[in-house]
Design a protein around this ligand. Sequence first.
Ligand SMILES: CC(=O)N[C@H]1[C@@H](OP(=O)(O)O)O[C@H](CO)[C@@H](O)[C@@H]1O
Ligand SMILES: [Mg+2]
Length: 552
Amino acid sequence: MAQDLARRCGAADEAFFREAMASPAAAETERESRRRLSYGTAGFRRKGSKLIGVAFRCGMLAAVRSIALQGRATGLVVTASHNPVEDNGVKLVDGDGGMLHMSWEKHAEAIVSAQNAVDLEQALLRILAKEEVNLMGGERAGTVLLALDTRPTGPRLVSAAMAGIRAAGAAVVGSEDTLRTTPQLHWQVLATNAGGPCEEKDYYDKLNRACSSLLLGQDAAVSSLVVDCANGVGALKLPSVLPAVTASGTAVTLANTGGGTLNSLCGADFVQKERRLPMCVGALAGGQLGASFDGDADRIVFFVGGSESGGSDLDLLDGDKILCLLAGHLKRCVEGLGGSFGPVAFGCIQTAYANGSSTRYLEQGLGLEVVKTKTGVKHLHAAALAFDLSVYFEANGHGTMLFSPDFLRRLREAKGSGSEWAGHLLEISNVVNPAIGDALSVLLLVLAVLSHEAGGLDTWRGLYADAPSRMLKCVVPDRSAIKTTNAEQRMTQPAALQAKVDDLVAGAELARAFVRPSGTEDVVRIYAEARTQEQADQLATSIEREVAAFFS
Ligand SMILES: CC(=O)N[C@H]1[C@@H](OP(=O)(O)O)O[C@H](CO)[C@@H](O)[C@@H]1O
Ligand SMILES: [Mg+2]
């Protein structure tokens, strides 16, 4: 019964906080700071040492979500992705392997901010009632899969999450040692609920099998590749998906495999935002391809360094360029299927941060449909589900492809009738992580697609020239004062600030700019594009001044 579940959780909560907090004063500070936490773009994030209570309560909620899904597994991952090593985070994975359903984010906030055991019991009862969770006749067992990245605060947070999951009566799969990339956990939740092979080894087998089939008989598109693993969990997992790549003739070297500090002067976020080569990759030979993961290996960007990078430190092949490469290849595959296959709804999904040149290339160069969503893969993924076939990427390298179940069925039929294109697309779908963006999967996809595309790396680099852009961040007293609309490209509040931005944009050539509150950091982000780098820089800086002045 709901009352029993809530009461049991309340009792466990009281015991947990009594033990976990060193003193009543520490407990009070912790409680107060949890009050203001929001679920954000990708879960709860803050200093790892301040997340114990959050991890415990999130464990409880992941269990309740699994119970509400009638026992389908959910997931909980302890990571702060690209953020500094002292940060950490707790993110929940829903029963379909995707991000926690948005309607449950408020529940997560209610559970985490409950001030004491009585509040927690009431919050739980409200959730169980609202979601019409039927516990009559005994609770349905729940299951929660756990994972963590390599942050030092991870194991303690996982222990706390385990206590929360067990308090709510669900089973735990995983432990303080279950180091996984974030996308591996998403995939494992999806695979567990699909009832098929779902172990870590099965993930590698699936990727390796499909990748080797795609590369069979192809000339390797690049002879050598350096992968910057951001000193994160990707370094531990990458070797398991490399057999097919190395067999095809690409030599892969791993850099930043854990000897240095996580995400410090390396990793996908650093490379994409700073446009600089990551640490330990400085000696890239001219024209050689590099790739960077972020700390939990759900993002990847590529780059070419050395003298061939066009005078700058590096030529960046970011999420937008990856999207354009993959979309172009998929378009050719769909054309290859021929008219008899029937119509295929094919869409590309981007956010406002997508470089304007990439959107123009997709729409005008390839003639594809582009949908813009709010920042955060949960929004891109949701939009992608509307198509038979879709590719979504954030500029920072987070993305994947989706094949609808019906499209996959049609492809299998066509393959049965001898269509090689259908067979090829099915192999691509097997390298894809259908749950979420995945650096390991995208690395294999890009290498496989490059080997099938005429011109390989050089043609990819030349698809379009990025419009000059600049991203800045600005600390303000209360970023929630900013409200946005139209895929976050305009502020509805404060209207006066949007008017200033409009004036500044009107004063620059070929310009575009927007301001939005970050969902993962206590900052406001400013993005500007213009005809020249100088103008983009100037525009971003002028907007930053206006934002700072507005809040001062
Ligand atoms: C501009 C930018 O890169 N924003 C990132 C960042 O979100 P913010 O809400 O901008 O802090 O972290 C998210 C989670 O990793 C990622 O999805 C998103 O793309
Ligand atoms: Mg990440």
